[in-house]
Write a new protein. Structure first.
Length: 185
């Protein structure tokens, strides 16, 4: 769990420290609530969860370690992160309030590893999620909602970042595909 709501029964965050000679790497996995719809009671919970994540990220940044927080953020930060931005306008994945929260996370000192390596969509695979319905995968009608957020110390060691779409194509695969960051620690 995240600090700030000890009564929250939903385990959505886990963190570990890897000790290396002379340094440490802090790695975390997060599942940000989807939020259902912007007018549901689940949407404020998503925003509150993101408030807690931003606050915790600021605390972790103060440690000066290499930090990587990866997971399903359920946020497409920019229109370029959606195959059809107009179709997703105002949804809980592209809503102005969640995009603002994502920018707050970036302003806390973290960077989007994929965008560090691909400022524009200069790769064949730019999405991490495709809906199971209506042949979205076959039409590449996806969203980039899974992210690796990295501290400056981790960004300095980042050599590549990409999505592994072929794993999404497997039988009975998740609707998400992994975001892979390669680091030279």
């Amino acid at each position: 769990g995240l600090p700030g709501n000890e009564d929250d029964p939903q385990a959505r965050y886990v963190e570990a420290v890897i000790s290396l000679p002379g340094s440490a790497i802090r790695v975390a996995s997060v599942y940000v609530p989807n939020g259902q719809t912007a007018d549901s009671e689940k949407f404020p919970y998503k925003l509150q969860f993101l408030d807690r994540l931003v606050a915790h990220a600021k605390t972790l940044e103060g440690y000066g370690e290499a930090l990587i927080i990866g997971g399903d953020y359920n946020i497409a930060p920019e229109d370029q992160d959606a195959h059809n931005p107009a179709a997703w306008a105002g949804s809980v994945l592209t809503h102005d309030q969640v995009r603002r929260q994502f920018r707050r996370l970036c302003n806390s000192g973290l960077s989007d590893a994929f965008r560090l390596k691909h400022p524009t969509n200069d790769t064949d695979v730019i999405y991490s999620w495709w809906d199971y319905r209506a042949g979205a995968l076959q039409r590449d009608d996806g969203l980039r909602i899974d992210h690796l957020m990295v501290s400056p110390q981790a960004a300095d060691k980042l050599t590549s970042c990409y999505m592994e779409k072929k794993l999404r194509m497997l039988e009975k695969a998740s609707d998400h595909t992994p975001v892979i960051g390669v680091f030279d620690f």
